[in-house]
Ligand binder design. Sequence first.
Ligand SMILES: Nc1ncnc2c1ncn2[C@@H]1O[C@H](COP(=O)(O)OP(=O)(O)O)[C@@H](O)[C@H]1O
Ligand SMILES: [Mg+2]
Length: 261
Amino acid sequence: MAKKSTRIVAVANEKGGVGKTAMVINLGAALVKDGKTVLIVDMDPQHNATSGLGIDVTDEMASVYDLISDEGGGAVDDVLWSTKWPGLDVIASHPDLAGAEVELVDAEEREDRLKNAIQPLIDKYDVVILDTPPSLSLLTINVFSCANEVLVPCQTHPYSFNALEDLFDTIGAVQEGINPELKITGLVPTFFDQRLRVCRDIMERLKTDERYQGLLFNTIIRSNITIAASAETGKPVVFYRTGSFGAKDYTSLAREFMMAK
Ligand SMILES: Nc1ncnc2c1ncn2[C@@H]1O[C@H](COP(=O)(O)OP(=O)(O)O)[C@@H](O)[C@H]1O
Ligand SMILES: [Mg+2]
């Protein structure tokens, strides 16, 4: 039997609040709704992806920290959590993950900890989606080393647009250094509001800027309060309010993502 080729996608942007975690949760859930199997790996110590999927993070629970730290020594099966939605699993984060950065400073193969740890699981899933913290840390480097593609949410706001250049430089450096296979699958506008001139201007710049040609997705994630509300209740928006803009946009993103390769 041919080896299954699982897509391993990092959702990354060094800026906070651009919709990374919302994309991880809701793209993952929309793919599962379309019949795919998805593993979400939460690599942000703030663990919003874990909580947003309805899993309460407690002090003593096993998490990705136990997989990648020297202290932890956790087995991959101990840190794998199923969600309420069959086909959607999570490797949870934990506030302790913030300490892994310092602990791993002198460790061997420190960039490859995550990659090595989740290797035994990969084949069970169609797609693995990795959430990243809002900084270029060793945690993010572990994600880039493990992933084979990157999806970039870009808030339709000037700060976010201007920061894209740095992000693309970072990804370029990763491609030259630790992971030559890493490719950028696409750039997805987020927090779009048709009524706001600033959003329309940034959309125009994204469409016309030659640096981003061929990368810009057709799907635009609109600003939709239901996305924030669903995260609060621990449910992805496609399972929370099927008719919302958020559910529609993420369903469309899932389909475009599966076509883009
Ligand atoms: N399209 C959207 N419309 C409205 N609120 C959103 C949208 N996407 C995300 N949010 C909310 O905005 C906040 C920041 O988003 P989040 O995904 O956590 O960003 P990041 O992970 O990049 O820091 C969260 O409260 C989230 O629920
Ligand atoms: Mg986040």
